[in-house]
Design a protein around this ligand. Structure first.
Ligand SMILES: Nc1nc2c(c(=O)[nH]1)N[C@H]1C(S)=C(S)[C@@H](COP(=O)(O)O)O[C@H]1N2
Ligand SMILES: [Mo]
Length: 251
């Protein structure tokens, strides 16, 4: 018998029960099948054990780009500080990198833009039931982490955003597998244009193997932490803490 990943997502009610059209990659893992067909509860670790975390997300061609890449969640942080950065074209904006690192950094946008870049055309899947294909460009997160030097006890990265959503600060977190994944970038460009405010200017995380809510927009701080307990209320992100979404939203 063969399990498709979609079958697993259905079975796990991952990401709040959302079904994402997508990859029907076959998972052939005897241990996994045995566990599932014994009827044991799907727990947080199992989906991760089943999925090849290093695999690349599918990429698309220029011809497949969505005509419009919609904006969702916060469309403009609109805080006084953010408005000032917009007025200054982000010239005095810095990405703060800290927490469990040897060399905390404050990186200007022009430095992020001049680092080695990666561009990729990928599909964004939101749990609210829409998808869009866009071209994203920016430095790989891995390069920034190597420059900052992670301490041995660092296990997760927390992303602090500039916006409040429903009056609460938006934040997210990923583990180091996703952080060093080659398609994980800090995007400052969408469809060959400077990232619009609606999509997270000046930079937003692209973590292509996960659902839309993990892709933090308006990122202003990245902190290496030892535990998800060090993030928000302890479940690792805004939606995880307030709405019970899964922390690992693999697709
Ligand atoms: N800072 C911040 N990041 C965020 C959100 C948000 O409201 N604030 N919404 C999330 C959700 S649910 C989705 S689907 C995507 C939407 O990205 P887009 O606006 O580029 O379409 O951003 C994610 N990242
Ligand atoms: Mo979303």
């Amino acid at each position: 018998m063969i399990l498709t990943r979609r079958g697993l997502i259905v079975g796990s009610a991952a990401a709040g029960g959302a079904l994402v059209a997508g990859c029907d990659r076959v998972i052939q893992n005897d241990t996994a099948r045995a566990i599932l067909f014994k009827g044991e509860d799907m727990h947080r670790g199992l989906q991760r054990a089943l999925i090849d975390r290093d695999a690349l997300a599918p990429t698309f061609t220029q011809a497949e780009l969505s005509p419009v890449f919609r904006s969702n969640g916060t469309r403009n942080p609109n805080t006084p500080t953010y408005q000032r950065h917009v007025a200054e074209n982000f010239a005095n904006w810095r990405l703060q990198v800290g927490g469990l690192v040897d060399r905390p950094m404050a990186i200007p946008l022009n430095v992020l833009r001049s680092m080695p870049q990666r561009a990729q055309i990928t599909r964004h899947d939101c749990v609210e039931g829409w998808s869009a294909i866009g071209k994203w460009q920016g430095p790989q997160l891995a390069g920034i982490l190597v420059a900052a030097g992670l301490k041995p006890n660092a296990r997760y990265l927390k992303f602090t955003c500039a916006d409040l959503y429903g009056g609460k600060p938006y934040y997210e977190s990923i583990d180091l597998i996703d952080a060093f994944h080659p398609q994980t970038i800090l995007a400052w460009a969408l469809n060959d244009r400077v990232l619009p405010i609606g999509n997270g200017a000046p930079i937003r995380l692209r973590v292509e193997r996960q659902l839309g809510y993990k892709h933090a927009k308006y990122v202003e701080r990245i902190d290496a932490v030892a535990s998800l307990k060090d993030v928000g209320l302890g479940r690792g992100g805004f939606w995880e803490d307030y709405v019970d979404y899964d922390w690992y939203a693999g697709i």
